[in-house]
Design a protein around this ligand. Structure first.
Ligand code: KG4
Ligand code: ZN
Length: 342
């Protein structure tokens, strides 16, 4: 079985082909980062238009990369939510129409399920059950995963997602959107212990997160240093980045430890854009070593949005006979716990 996967939920256009026997055989991605750079964030209308422009060429490139033609494809998977409604409509309409024209089944995939299952594309995939920490630009969630579609939400952010907090703090420090990775690079030159940031919501029980306070703390620190130094030096910016990243990573690790204790599980999966963060990976690797468990994550290119994770998640569902009718339906807001089990 060969499945074409299409991702257009935000600012990356991804097209990939997953082959049941060979694994991933094509992976094409176009990022719109440069398009939105001047606006300091994703402009939904521009995102939709660019997905329209890029989908057909990426589709051709993916078929070429796999050395296949349309008749070799057995099903089409596409992101049907959550995400920007216009952007989702582009991918869904193209995907659903291709499946209709090619007379093959189509399936709408939950974007976060795509992220969650991305570590399965790696060589030593985690076995169920496990605890997953999903950390992206739009979500921060701890989920107990007992199988595909068997998700129990353990906790989530009550305000900003971790990636969003990274991006807003990066903007404060003068870095381009989305600044998560650039902030992490800046932090690597930071001085430990110069600033002490709080670890929000760790002093009370529960597995929910809150990151908007950290962003505000970063802003207050920034303005305080500005009063002392005038223009902030590169070193001061790096020191703020260091303290901010340390606080986010620490907070995430504290909650992961709690979730593992609560569930009695020893396997932790991290996925989504922020799971590319080296400090987070290192801290969680140390934690899992202490606990006698293991942390799993996708390779960096599959942490951020991509078509491969959608092709794979769609494959698992199509293989079980699940499929969408002809309606083109998108769900900008969609809880992962509503998914059916496979
Ligand atoms: O999963 P993703 O590509 O898109 C969403 O579904 O939201 O995640 C994008 C987020 C952005 O906020 C970006 O700044 C963040 O992931 N990100 C990082 C790193 N790489 C990407 N945050 C911290 N450290 C990184 N290395
Ligand atoms: Zn994503």
């Amino acid at each position: 079985m060969r499945i074409l996967g299409i991702e257009t939920s935000c600012d990356e256009t991804g097209v990939a082909i997953y082959d049941e026997e060979k694994g991933l055989i094509a992976n094409q991605l176009h990022t719109q980062i440069a398009l939105h750079a001047d606006y300091g964030g994703v402009v939904p209308e521009l995102a939709s238009r660019d997905h329209i422009r890029k989908l057909a060429p990426l589709l051709q490139a993916a078929l070429q990369e796999a050395n296949l033609t349309a008749k070799d494809i057995d099903g089409v998977a596409y992101t049907s939510g959550p995400g920007l409604v216009g952007a989702l409509l582009v991918g869904s309409t193209v995907a659903r129409s291709l499946a209709y024209a090619w007379n093959i089944p189509a399936i709408g995939v939950h974007h976060m399920e795509g992220h969650l299952l991305a570590p399965m594309l790696e060589e030593n995939p985690p076995h169920f059950p496990f605890v997953a920490l999903l950390v992206s630009g739009g979500h921060t969630q701890l989920v107990r995963v007992d199988g595909v579609g068997r998700y129990e939400l353990l906790g989530e952010s009550i305000d900003d997602a971790a990636g969003e907090a990274f991006d807003k703090t990066a903007k404060l420090l003068g870095l381009d959107y989305p600044g998560g990775a650039a902030l992490a690079r800046l932090a690597s030159n930071g001085t430990p212990n110069r600033f002490a940031f709080p670890r929000p919501m760790t002093d009370r029980p529960g597995l929910d997160f809150s990151f908007s306070g950290l962003k505000t703390f970063a802003a207050n620190t920034f303005h305080q240093v500005m009063q002392e130094e005038g223009e902030l030096t590169e070193q001061s910016k790096a020191d703020i980045a260091y303290a901010f990243q340390e606080a986010v990573v620490d907070t995430l690790a504290i909650k992961c430890k709690r979730a593992l204790k609560q569930t009695g599980l020893k396997r932790l999966v991290i996925a989504g854009g922020v799971s590319a963060n080296k400090q987070l990976r290192q801290t969680l690797a140390e934690l899992m070593q202490q606990l006698g468990g293991k942390v799993y994550y996708p390779q960096p290119q599959f942490c951020t949005d991509n078509g491969a994770m959608i092709a794979y998640a769609g494959f698992l569902r199509l293989k079980q006979g699940q499929q969408q009718d002809l309606a083109i339906e998108v769900r900008p807001r969609w809880a992962m716990t509503e998914l059916t089990a496979v």
